[in-house]
Design a protein around this ligand. Structure first.
Ligand SMILES: C[S@@+](CC[C@H](N)C(=O)[O-])C[C@H]1O[C@@H](n2cnc3c(N)ncnc32)[C@H](O)[C@@H]1O
Length: 222
């Protein structure tokens, strides 16, 4: 008898194609993502301490003056205020949220579940981020490969998450797992994409505030 944890990883291990369609990437709400993200949400999805933990990771992994890709972006990017980047490209679902984000130097509205190919050339970026959103990707391995394609060699993809989400829009695999399962799942995305090396994990576990986990991989040589 398998637990839901075993089942998720068993199914993931059978995946050989990045676009493999599997029930572990189905969602309770399969209506168009455009509808769900049609109105702007000018809120923060994690508390201030968790946001600071994200910002600290970005300070550590993203080079000052670099070109940064903020995937699944909104009106805030959590980048360190004191560090300047020459380019910050944001991809998200809501035009108004992206327009209100003061850190972005360019904005793309794109549904990564409908069109996972990124509208950038090879090796344009020095770092990429997915903050509290990876659970909404239905073709994560394809997207991770695309991110590696647009990153320079050895540039980091920083994936962060906490312990809450919009469950109806999160994939089955996410809803079936706990925090450690989420770390392992994201690790599997990195490995299955065959495009990243050196995956490291960071945990910020305060007693009363939101937890914050980071899983970071570095793009392999093209
Ligand atoms: C919980 S919010 C997080 C926003 C932001 N990263 C942050 O840290 O506050 C989820 C974000 O994922 C984006 N998103 C959800 N589904 C998406 C999809 N299919 N394609 C692209 N972006 C998506 C939404 O636009 C939204 O901004």
């Amino acid at each position: 008898m398998f637990s839901s944890f075993d089942l998720v990883f068993l199914k993931l291990n059978f995946m050989t194609e990045p676009t493999f369609s599997s029930d572990i990437f189905r969602r309770q709400d399969e209506s168009a993502d455009e509808r769900f993200y049609d109105f702007p949400r000018f809120v923060t999805h994690i508390d201030q301490a968790a946001i600071e933990a994200v910002t600290e990771l970005y300070s550590e992994f993203f080079p000052a003056g670099g070109a940064i890709l903020d995937l699944m972006s909104s009106w805030v990017s959590h980048l360190p205020k004191t560090i300047k980047y020459r380019r910050v490209a944001g991809i998200g679902m809501n035009r108004e949220e992206l327009a209100a984000n003061p850190r972005l130097t360019e904005r793309v509205v794109q549904n990564l579940n409908g069109e996972p190919k990124l509208p950038f050339g090879e090796a344009e970026f020095d770092g990429a981020a997915i903050c509290v959103s990876v659970q909404y990707l239905t073709q994560p391995i394809f997207v991770f490969r695309e991110i590696a394609r647009v990153l320079k060699e050895n540039a980091p993809l920083v994936v962060t998450f906490s312990n809450r989400c919009f469950p109806t829009k999160a994939v089955y695999a996410w809803n079936a797992l706990d925090d450690n399962g989420h770390i392992k799942l994201i690790g599997e995305y990195f490995v299955a994409s065959e495009s990243f090396d050196e995956v490291v994990v960071r945990k910020h576990l305060p007693v009363y505030n939101d937890p914050l986990f980071g899983v970071i991989g570095r793009a392999l040589k093209k």
